[in-house]
Design a protein around this ligand. Structure first.
Ligand code: ARG
Length: 460
């Protein structure tokens, strides 16, 4: 309350206590502290080059900020909510430590370009870490897929038995989703990797600074092109939240499958005890809580995306304080997604497929009816006629409670005279799966190739 505000020159009254705590952000933006200090060192370099700072002042600032970084890392930096945010806390502390040179640091900048810069760097660094975690997840998927190249399971459409597939192929479908997620993060990084510094409050600065110096020091790809846009743009936050949302949608879909598969109705997979929890009342229960939580947490991340979109939609140019609300949403979205990716990694590694159960269900519901129709087409029957004949065969088998391969050849020939003995080979699950051996198909041979190509892409 009684802390002197760095912006307090035009004020005579003190800030209302409620307003002070209402406007403070340091409780959540302190996590930008180390990066904000590094940005300030880079800005000091710009000021040295423009002869706004002399060498001694520059050295004092850099040394002071190094000490601040050490204090932040050691969790002993004295954050003060009365100093509002991370930026003013660090500047005030620096001035307390080194005196006058600290009071020169804010020349040619504003908190508006300061926060835009530090926030970008923070998100870019975390984007890198998330990409690495996703690649590790992909490796876990590859290992499971490799172990299940010829594990036959039912493939579903409408959650109805459709056609037999291999479990390896199913896992590689998940792999593809992650590959798109990683590529989206890369695209986002390219657009986000732009330095706003030098835009100052909104209109740029009257000091003769070289914006390239800060850009190079903070390893940005290029400098931004419009000062108004630079301080007010939060597309990079929204885009990231949308990428995170899509990652969570993917993980949530996988979890939905794992939850179904582990249920007694399917029993397709088991998970080791370490990854499950029990019920406080029902002693027999072994629940897939980790998967359920990942599915549940996806809602949280999707909600943050909505908050961020709504936060921006009414804002006139340039900076508005509304933007302070962007941090908690995206920080939580990032933390949650990173946690869920790690949880998913454990689940994938822990999956123990039950081959017998998968095979048993894969055989139900005439899953090779399409193979039967394809066989007729290869024997000069137009596809629509073949489809109809096989539909008749399915109805006949159903009326007797038997499978297609239990029908006698004579019965099949009555439906369509083109049938001969060789039809029975293509009615087996194994034959059906093996025949789909083109690139992208479910045959063990094709999945093996897909895995080899995926490994190659990961190594590049
Ligand atoms: N804490 C603020 C934020 O997160 C920093 C910028 C404040 N700028 C201002 N002119 N009030 O957006």
């Amino acid at each position: 309350m009684n802390t002197k505000k760095p912006w307090g020159g035009r004020f005579t009254g003190t800030t209302d206590e409620f307003v002070e705590s209402f406007t403070a952000s340091v409780q959540f933006d302190a996590r930008l502290g180390e990066i904000d200090a590094r940005c300030s060192q880079a800005h000091a370099k710009t000021l040295l080059h423009a002869e706004i700072l002399n060498q001694a002042e520059y050295d004092a600032i850099v040394t002071g900020l190094n000490q601040i970084i050490v204090d932040i890392q050691a969790d002993r930096f004295p954050w003060d909510p009365a100093l509002e945010d991370v930026h003013m806390n660090i500047e005030a502390r620096l001035t307390q430590m080194i005196g006058e040179p600290g009071r020169k640091l804010h020349t040619a900048r504003s908190r508006n370009d300061q926060v835009a810069s530090a926030f970008r760097v923070y998100l870019l660094e975390h984007g890198d870490a998330l990409q690495r975690a996703l690649v590790t997840l992909q490796k876990a998927l590859l290992a499971q897929a490799e172990a299940n190249i010829d594990t036959i399971m039912p493939g579903f459409t409408h959650l109805q038995n459709a056609q037999p597939i291999t479990f390896g192929h199913h896992l590689m479908a998940w792999f593809e989703m992650v590959e798109r997620d990683v590529s989206r993060l890369k695209d986002w990084q390219h657009r986000t990797n732009v330095s706003p510094m030098g835009s100052a409050a909104l209109a740029g600065t009257s000091f003769p600074i070289d914006r390239q110096i800060f850009k190079d020091a903070m390893k940005f790809r290029e400098i931004s092109r419009n000062s108004l846009d630079s301080v007010s743009d939060r597309d990079f936050v929204i885009e990231l939240a949308s990428i995170l949302s899509l990652i969570m949608v993917h993980l949530s879909r996988w979890c939905e499958e794992v939850i179904l598969w582990i249920s007694p109705a399917f029993k397709f997979v088991d998970l080791p005890d370490e990854l499950c929890t029990g019920s406080s009342i029902m002693p027999q229960k072994k629940n897939p809580d980790v998967a359920e939580l990942v599915r549940g947490k996806s809602g949280r991340v999707l909600g943050h995306l909505q908050s961020l979109l709504l936060l921006m939609k009414g804002q006139p140019l340039a900076y508005n304080r509304d933007n302070q609300e962007d941090k908690e949403a995206v920080f939580d979205a990032l933390d949650t997604t990173a946690q869920c990716v790690a949880a998913m990694q454990l689940l994938i590694e822990g999956l123990e497929p039950n081959r017998e159960k998968m095979l048993e269900l894969a055989a139900q519901g005439h899953p090779t009816a399409t193979d039967m129709a394809d066989w007729l087409v290869r024997h000069d029957v137009p596809f629509r006629t073949a489809h109809e004949s096989c539909g008749n065969a399915v109805a006949l088998a159903d009326s007797r409670g038997i499978e297609l391969h239990d029908l006698k050849l004579a019965e099949l020939q009555e439906i369509n005279p083109a049938f001969d003995e060789s039809i029975y080979e293509c009615l087996t699950l194994d034959g059906s799966v093996r025949s789909r051996r083109h690139p992208g198909g479910t045959a063990p041979e094709a999945v093996k190739q897909a895995i080899a190509q995926a490994k190659l892409r990961l190594s590049q």
